[in-house]
Design a protein around this ligand. Structure first.
Ligand SMILES: [Zn+2]
Ligand SMILES: [Zn+2]
Length: 468
């Protein structure tokens, strides 16, 4: 069905219950939404009772408080400690390998048993259902660092870590489609039984395992249940806060995501977040074998066991292109901090006669068509001043480039800094390597500093050309 307005033609696709939420998204969605949908007024302490998101506040406050009080009165047995660490990784992987890489990003396919395993493990992290979590996370990727990003890092470390859950959201996250998840039977099953699953997997299961395993029900509840949950919470919350704050930007510096080993360490491998935001469909966060990414290793092992398939990897060529872009950017910054020789366009053109005459007053030497004033260098010339003095008023090109001594790159670079003019008719046709000092042969230029075939006056069309 299509409707035609006076101003522009808008094609509206019939939307069904199961069609993507953003099927009819307007082209100017972000701008339009920010302009027309007014956010709730900023949070004020005078109104905190109404503004708090009480379910989140209770869970996020109760776990550390109960956990710490419990720990003060419960002896930590080594079996319980080992089990708690294991259980931390189990429930954490439910979020990183399940919620994040499988469901939010579809970075691989998981068999039904693996999906149930991850859905159950993820419920033990008590961070909302897969569907709710993935909805927010897809908006985070699509509208990173904007008002439509539910955990916008520009609102500060605390906000992106936990603040966004403690108060009622000021506005709805930007639209992001999760219709694929709405059709997934495992996601639907988890959503339906979510509350029961939290209680069973977060608290009941670790208590029972510790009780039947080594008779430590209370330790199981306190350490593997409550305190472990608190750790999983803050560990995964670090992906939204620490990973948008600490580290390097080796692939793109347009937005806040960063790469850092420390973040990877506390987030089960989700710390290479600059890479992740560039290549979100990649099942890896760390691309080097020695970088810490247990989530990637887990998915890879699942593939070896036949439980996972179609692991997505972004083309290496494009990954390296991103890296190169950032490296060039850094090199350009270094380049801009250095002093460079005058351009031939900025130098006066001097006749041979004038060169001869001026060379009687100051030490001028001709090399590769450029006239150089070597007065500040005569005494410092490593070969001795006499070799320069005898070349004053002469063409020393042959002597400089190997005739007498094959000068170093450094010598050529320094020489170019002493240019004061160009000899009329002294430049050869085309660009000779001798004219460009070594430091400038690979000079980095922005696209608009280069002569482009797209804006060249020599480009033309005869109207009959066919692109091959
Ligand atoms: Zn992020
Ligand atoms: Zn992500």
């Amino acid at each position: 069905m299509s409707t035609t307005s006076d101003k522009k033609r808008v094609t509206v696709v019939d939307a069904h219950d199961d069609s993507p939420a953003d099927i009819n998204i307007p082209d100017n969605y972000v701008q339009h939404t920010l302009k027309t949908q007014k956010p709730l007024p900023p949070f004020k302490w005078s109104n905190w009772r109404k503004e708090f998101n009480w379910i989140s506040v209770t869970i996020l406050l109760a776990t550390p408080v109960i956990g710490l009080i419990g720990a003060a009165f419960t002896k930590l047995r080594w079996e319980t400690l080992v089990f708690s660490i294991f259980y931390y990784f189990f429930t954490g992987l439910g979020i990183t390998a399940g919620y994040h890489r499988l469901w939010a990003h579809r970075s691989y396919n998981a068999s039904l048993p693996l999906q149930y395993f991850l859905a159950i493990a993820g419920a033990g992290a008590a961070e909302g259902s897969i569907k709710w979590w993935s909805r927010g996370h897809r908006a985070h990727h699509r509208y990173t660092d904007t008002e439509l990003d539910p955990y916008n890092a520009h609102k500060g470390f605390f906000y992106s870590h936990i603040g966004w859950m403690l108060i009622k959201p000021r506005r709805k996250p930007g639209v992001a489609d999760v219709s694929d998840l709405s059709k997934n039977p495992v996601v639907r099953w988890q959503h339906r039984h979510y509350l029961k699953l939290i209680l069973i997997v977060s608290f009941l299961l670790p208590t029972l395992i510790a009780y039947f395993g080594w008779g430590d029900a209370r330790g199981g509840f306190v350490y593997a249940g409550v305190l472990r949950l608190c750790f999983v919470h803050h560990s995964t919350f670090c992906v939204n806060s620490l990973a948008h704050w600490l580290g390097e930007t080796p692939f793109d510096d347009k937005h806040t995501p960063r790469d850092h080993f420390a973040t990877a360490l506390v987030t089960i491998g989700e710390g290479y977040h600059n890479f992740h935001h560039q290549f979100p469909m990649d099942y890896r966060n760390a691309i080097k074998w020695y970088q810490y990414d247990p989530t990637k290793w887990f998915i890879w092992v699942c593939q070896q066991l036949g439980l996972a398939s179609h692991l997505k990897i972004f083309p290496e060529n494009e990954v390296r292109k991103g890296q190169l872009t950032m490296e060039l950017k850094k090199l350009k910054e270094t380049q801009e901090k250095l002093a460079w020789p005058s351009n031939s366009d900025d130098l006066p053109v001097i006749s041979w006669e004038s060169f001869q005459e001026q060379a009687t007053k100051r030490p001028l030497i001709l090399i590769s068509g450029f006239i150089h004033d070597v007065s500040s260098f005569i005494d410092e010339h490593p070969g001795g001043p006499h070799l320069l003095i005898k070349m004053i008023g002469k063409d020393a090109t042959t002597a400089f480039f190997g005739g007498v001594y094959d000068h170093s790159n450094a010598a050529h670079n320094l020489l170019a800094m002493k240019r004061v003019g160009i000899l009329h008719g002294g430049m050869r046709q085309g660009i000779d390597e001798k004219v460009i000092p070594p430091s400038q042969r690979l000079k980095i230029a922005r696209y608009n500093e280069l002569s482009s075939p797209y804006n060249s006056s020599t480009a033309y069309s005869d109207g009959e050309g066919i692109l091959g």
